[in-house]
Design a protein around this ligand. Structure first.
Ligand code: GLA
Length: 386
């Protein structure tokens, strides 16, 4: 929904008066998948589309949460915030407020109306977007904007881990909170050191493709992968002490890998180590304008997620296969947690329309329904609009 219309809706719901507006993006990860929780490098960027909020302070200690995307409205008493399953989407903002309150940050009553244009369940981080949105709102309304943005990123992750109960890494919240226009973020998830890279794709464009398979019911698989990585690390620590799988170079890994008895566990670790290596190369390639090589790294990443990490599935594999078959595509991979959700492809601008038609047809023939295509730019991180 356009911001002007959202303001009108806000007035209908809460009455006339001052309105402050905020925006928080979604994210897409270029490369570095399933290694944020292994101390590795990731390379995501924030998207143009995301979540808007209109907000007004209240005199009492109540927070009213409404959204144009869902019928459900929830009122929260900020002195007594608890997870309630029926509160559905509102548990994300509640979680952030609870974590902030527990940390001693100031909180107050407010009326909030939210509107998002990130397709739900597409793996483009609509939840991290919402978390950072609320974090920045609470920061600007009640804490004079004094809370560091990286702190808000950590708060978002903590809300998701401890309040909502999803054991995610830090990548999504970081990309959403720290995104910069036309830049990707190279983030060391072990240290939280980061730097920005210009995303200059020349004759190429980044296409985001949704399998339209809902990414539901994969949390248990996500946690299973995390546990397998922990198991691998434990085995490796018997011969070489490291704090995280991605602290290993490929050579060090190969020397220690025999200690990992289970093949699938060994494969998970192998993915983590080599994926980390690929991210560093990809960062370099992008900086040097070596787009073909960059594209090949994307495809290698997908193959590793398919064969070693086993988080792709038929829909994502088909989308990537059909992309690579189409003219003008120099690389493609799944992005995010996997098991559905989205893939990305690097496609020559001149071929874009043909590319979409080819992939749409090929995918539909094999999967039975169509994928969607998004052409989002790379946007700014979460902020107040002024
Ligand atoms: C999800 C999680 C992230 C990250 C990715 C996989 O998006 O929220 O922390 O682990 O999956 O790279």
């Amino acid at each position: 929904m356009e911001l002007m219309d959202l303001k009108k809706e806000f007035v209908k719901l809460y009455g006339e008066g001052e309105i402050r507006t905020f925006h928080s993006p979604g994210r897409v990860n270029l490369i570095g998948e399933h290694i944020d929780y292994n101390g590795g490098y990731v390379f995501p960027c924030a998207l143009d589309f995301g979540t808007y909020a209109c907000v007004r302070e209240r005199k009492d200690r109540k927070v009213n949460l409404a959204s144009t995307n869902f019928d459900l409205k929830v009122q929260v008493d900020i002195d007594n915030i608890e997870y309630v399953e029926e509160d559905d989407w509102a548990n994300y903002p509640k979680g952030v407020m609870k974590v902030m309150a527990d940390m001693g940050y100031k909180l107050g009553g407010m009326d909030v109306l939210i509107s998002g244009d990130i397709p739900n369940g597409a793996g483009l981080s609509s939840s991290a977007s919402l978390e950072l949105l609320i974090g920045v709102i609470v920061n600007n309304l009640f804490n004079n904007g004094t809370i560091d943005q990286v702190e808000l990123v950590k708060i978002g992750q903590k809300a998701e881990n401890a309040f909502v109960g999803v054991n995610c890494g830090i990548m999504d919240q970081f990309a959403v909170g720290m995104g910069k226009k036309d830049k990707a973020i190279l983030l060391n998830c072990g240290t939280l050191d980061y730097s920005y890279a210009n995303v200059e794709l020349g004759d190429y464009t980044l296409v985001i493709m949704n399998t339209n398979k809902r990414r539901a019911l994969n949390e248990s698989k996500y946690n299973e992968r995390r546990a397998e990585c922990d198991e691998a690390l434990e085995a490796i620590n018997k011969v070489k002490k490291v704090g995280a799988l991605c602290d290993l170079t490929p050579e060090e890994f190969e020397a220690a890998a025999v200690k990992i008895e289970k093949e699938n566990v060994r494969h998970r670790a192998m993915h983590a180590v080599y994926e980390n290596h690929r991210v560093k190369k990809a960062f370099q390639c992008l900086n040097e304008g070596k787009l073909e090589e960059f594209g090949q790294l994307l495809t290698q990443s997908h193959n590793s997620l398919r064969d070693l990490y086993e988080v792709t599935g038929k829909e994502l594999d088909t989308l990537v296969e059909e992309s690579l078959r189409a003219e003008g595509c120099i690389g493609a991979r799944m992005t995010g947690a996997g098991f559905g959700g989205c893939a990305i492809a690097l496609v020559k601008k001149d071929n874009l329309e043909d590319f979409k038609n080819t992939v749409r047809e090929g995918y539909k023939k094999k999967i039975g329904y169509e994928p969607s295509f998004y052409g989002s730019g790379i946007g700014e991180g979460t902020r107040e609009l002024r």
